[in-house]
Design a protein around this ligand. Structure first.
Ligand code: PMP
Length: 279
């Protein structure tokens, strides 16, 4: 059986229900986290909880009343859903309103929902020789608050759906030739001995994996630069990576119709980083 958690109880997946008057359903008025679990332990849990706290503050959504118990609830869910490696999804919406109004009733209680499923191991971990990702560049169609981890993801869904129909693995957004991020990941590029990634701003989500990768690079003594990257820079990079909690680090092979420089995994920094990723 697969278990979920809604508000203050664990419920089997088949039985869980919310009201259509929930503002998450009506307005996408909610925030979320996706937390990877390895060997039954949530990875970088504190960073995910801090980002969730920030998202709640940014949107003015109240903290769920079980806020302090969230780490325990996550651990209980991991135990109940058995798989050693999982993805925990956690969402907080502003809650159920009596009438549909853009202006929320401040007295409503937020809805807390969690579920989890088996984590598919990064395919580049299992087979480093697998061809890198084939991604397309798209003018960033999103709003000016991409720093908020909001459930309102229609632009990302449309972009990834279209890329998928075209047979591509993903999308890199850019604004007037300047890279922002992937549709569900951050972007890194290697130039010689330096690694560049887009700086934090309201145009990107500050990824927990981005932070982890920057710290891994730092501990290896590799120079990291948080600075603007142009699409043209990407074509000329020694390596381009996409990072996220579920993807970890994945190499890019092709951007639009441009093949990037081909390096074997053993000569590539992404492969070296993957081997120390979980340490
Ligand atoms: N940017 C966007 C738009 C994302 O959706 C994600 C993944 N949720 C990321 C970046 C990467 O974030 P994280 O490393 O915390 O998974």
């Amino acid at each position: 059986m697969n278990w979920t958690y809604l508000n203050d109880i664990f419920i089997p997946k088949e039985e869980v229900r919310i009201s259509p008057f929930d503002r998450g359903f009506l307005f996408g008025d909610g925030v979320y986290e996706v937390i990877p679990v390895y060997e039954s332990k949530a990875f970088h849990l504190e960073d995910h909880i801090s980002r969730l706290e920030r998202s709640l503050k940014q949107t003015g959504i109240n903290k769920p009343k079980v806020w302090n118990d969230i780490p325990q609830i996550i651990n209980e869910l991991i135990k109940k859903n058995v798989f050693p490696n999982q993805v925990v999804y956690l969402q907080v919406t502003r809650g159920e309103d009596v009438v549909r109004s853009h202006i929320p009733d401040p007295s409503i209680s937020p809805t807390l929902f969690l579920n989890s499923w088996e984590l598919s191991i990064n395919p580049y971990r299992l087979n480093p020789d697998k061809p890198g990702l084939d991604v397309k560049i798209l003018e960033d169609p999103r709003w000016e608050r991409c720093d908020v981890k909001a459930t309102t993801l229609l632009s990302n869904v449309i972009a990834l759906r279209e890329a998928n129909i075209e047979g591509r693995d993903g999308v890199i957004f850019c604004i007037k030739g300047k890279v922002t991020e992937g549709a569900a990941s951050n972007v890194f590029a290697v130039f010689g001995n330096s690694v560049l990634t887009t700086p934090e701003s309201n145009q990107i989500l500050s990824g927990i994996t981005r932070k982890h990768v920057l710290s891994l690079l730092g501990s290896k003594g590799i120079e990291t630069l948080e600075q603007d990257l142009s699409v043209k820079n990407l074509y000329e990079a020694d390596e381009v990576w996409m990072t996220s909690s579920t993807q970890e680090i994945q190499p890019v092979r092709k951007i639009d119709d441009k093949e990037l420089s081909a390096k074997s995994p053993k000569d590539s920094l992404w492969f070296d980083l993957l081997s120390s990723y979980l340490v």
